[in-house]
Design a protein around this ligand. Structure first.
Ligand code: ADP
Length: 403
């Protein structure tokens, strides 16, 4: 039997998340994470997903990514799922920025590593951490194919009219300034799952995907190909997010520099970490915001209204970009769980054929489901995202092809 397991790694600057999947059986074998790498209080949490498996958790310093991956390998080995197993087919890595170069998942070699490194100036927080994870994983199993799956790839099909900013072309090209988009694996997975939910081929349907997590982005997908998305050069553009501002007049930045006396780094922190919902009302968790609204908190209500107003503008914009919309799909932490967000985002859009059925919208949990009334012109759906499964599938498909 050929090896059918794929290990998916998502390496951040201070954390590593992992999942081990069996692709032939189509199921997860284990999942876990190492958090606060480098601190004294690092956390290792591992969950074997076999029946009766219990989560194991311990704290104590995990010095670096090398130690983190060794801790992961030790946990997997304790469940009889060690990385030395001949059943392991490949390791799939989430890589945030693939620029315009990487339009598809790619087997990693020295050339690929160099290209991911070359993109660090446009992804200074993410690509270095992703590279560290890849290099460390390569030392664990140098013989194994390692595959990079890029957050940007799904968006490389955007036409120039959507991907370019209206700034001086030479300056833009010199600094590789354009709209790349992120959350691509999620938008790809959810748009495809939405087509399946409708019982149609992805090539036949136009979908607006609303990925609303702590980070949030919208995309317009025509026949399975992305034609526009709300994040840009960085994940800062677009929707109101947990801690990011999303769209605003870029002149705000000059004003804060000239009049507010703030540095570029201070403004970067303000817009990425202290804005969005947290900046507007002090909370970035939608559950807490809803609870405050129920208690009559005006500030939380305003934050919610600003969040919804922006979301609605993007639904309208992508409706116009697509011309014909078959479905609007909500996904990620807020999109999958917050019924009031879904209801408010679609309220008043009956003229566009969009509506939500109150009872269907109130159902919690479960797989992909329709929340629009029967016979609606446009389907409104909740489609849980699964970025790890998408990375594993893409990795397995690529390695299978090469074998
Ligand atoms: P990310 O991967 O971007 O960190 P997630 O997709 O996990 O984020 O989404 C996290 C967010 O989802 C939380 O900040 C919270 O606002 C929201 N969320 C999670 N569960 C619920 C819920 N039951 N109701 C409302 N919002 C929720």
């Amino acid at each position: 039997m050929s090896p059918s397991r794929v290990l998916v790694l998502n390496s951040g600057s201070s954390s590593v998340k992992y999942q081990l999947l069996d692709m032939d059986a189509g199921r997860r074998l284990a999942a876990g994470l190492v958090e606060r790498i480098g601190e004294r209080t690092s956390l290792v949490r591992h969950t074997p997903l076999a029946p009766g498996g219990r989560t194991r958790e311990r704290t104590g310093q995990v010095a670096d990514h090398d130690a983190a991956l060794k801790a992961m390998a030790g946990e997997l080995a304790a469940d009889g799922l060690g990385l030395d197993s001949p059943e392991l087919a490949a390791i799939g890595h989430r890589v945030v920025h693939g620029g315009m170069h990487f339009t598809e998942p790619t087997v990693i070699d020295d050339r690929v590593l160099a290209e991911i490194e070359r993109l660090i100036p446009v992804a200074p927080l993410h690509n270095p951490a992703n590279l560290t994870g890849i290099r460390t994983a390569m030392t664990l199993r140098p013989d194994l194919p390692q595959v990079a799956v890029f957050d940007t790839s799904f968006h490389t099909t955007m036409p120039e009219s959507a991907a370019r900013y209206a700034i001086d072309v030479r300056t833009a090209d010199e600094h590789r300034i354009r709209r790349y988009g992120f959350h691509g694996t999620s938008h790809a997975y959810v748009s495809r799952e939405t087509a399946t939910l409708l019982g149609r081929a992805p090539e036949e349907v136009n979908v607006i995907v609303l990925h609303l997590g702590n980070g949030a982005s919208a995309s317009a997908v025509r026949g399975g190909r992305c034609v526009d998305t709300s994040m840009g050069l960085t994940p800062l553009e677009g929707l109101v997010m947990g801690t990011r501002s999303g769209d605003m007049d870029p002149a705000v930045i000059f004003h804060l520099m000239r009049v507010g006396g703030m540095s570029a780094d201070e403004i970067d922190t303000l817009l990425n970490k202290k804005s969005g919902l947290v900046g507007l009302c002090g909370d970035n968790d939608m559950r807490e915001i809803r609870r405050r609204i129920d208690e009559g908190d005006e500030q939380a209500k305003l934050a919610f209204d600003i969040y919804i107003h922006r979301l609605k503008k993007y639904i309208g914009a992508y409706y116009a970009v697509l011309g014909r919309v078959d479905a609007v799909a909500f996904t990620a932490g807020v999109g999958e769980n917050a019924a009031p967000v879904r209801e408010a985002a679609v309220a008043g859009l009956e003229g566009l054929g969009l509506a939500v059925d109150g009872e269907r919208n109130a159902v919690r949990g479960g797989g992909p489901r329709l929340i629009s009334p029967d016979g609606a012109r446009v389907a409104v759906a909740v489609v849980p995202t699964d970025e790890e499964m998408e990375i594993a599938q893409q990795t397995y498909a690529l390695v299978g092809k090469n074998n």
